[in-house]
Design a protein. Structure first.
Length: 64
């Protein structure tokens, strides 16, 4: 639980300090901006999150 809490705190610090400013602006993320409409579809960013979480879950499953 302590490791998970420290991980969440580290991610929070990165977001707060601007260390993850590239996240959400990756090539492949769709952004359409018109006069009255803004559409944002973070395809590649969510794919990256999915891969990282799947890898973490795989490693946790292998350890236990």
């Amino acid at each position: 639980m302590i490791v998970v809490g420290l991980g969440i705190a580290l991610i929070g610090l990165l977001v707060w300090s601007g260390g993850l400013s590239w996240f959400g602006r990756l090539p492949g993320d769709i952004r359409i901006e018109r006069d009255a409409v803004r559409v944002y579809i973070p395809l590649v960013s969510m794919f990256l999150v999915s891969v990282v979480l799947s890898l973490i879950m795989y490693l946790v499953n292998r350890l236990f």
